[in-house]
Design a protein around this ligand. Structure first.
Ligand SMILES: [Zn+2]
Length: 110
């Protein structure tokens, strides 16, 4: 088999995922953006980076802004609400050609 580097990211924007490793382990959030070239995703509320902004004319007090940082796609799994955790899933094509994703653990459509 071996690793296939051209593996497509099977997650989609707006998917709910759970982080499975790293400092944000266990947290869930919605995918905001996928960076395919880097195999990374941005997830709502996950991996915040804090920016200290210098005072400017528009914002004389300066301040702190928070923005999500990216997470390696290998560190997230699609979240199954029935299982209550990030799971592996399979993509199943229906007879009419529509694809749905089912949880490997419980069999529910995610
Ligand atoms: Zn499940």
């Amino acid at each position: 088999m071996g690793q296939n580097k051209s593996d497509k990211i099977r997650l989609k924007k707006n998917d709910i995922v759970q982080v499975i490793s790293g400092k944000e382990k266990g947290k869930q959030g919605k995918i905001l953006e996928i960076v395919k070239e880097k195999n990374r995703v941005y997830i709502e509320g996950i991996n915040y980076l804090t920016h200290y902004e210098r005072p400017t004319q528009q914002n004389p007090k300066g301040g702190i802004s928070k923005k999500e940082g990216s997470v390696a796609v290998s560190n997230v799994k699609l979240y199954c609400s029935k299982c209550g955790k990030g799971v592996r899933f399979r993509t199943v094509a229906g007879e009419d050609g529509t694809k749905s994703r089912t949880c490997v653990t419980c069999g529910d459509i995610i």
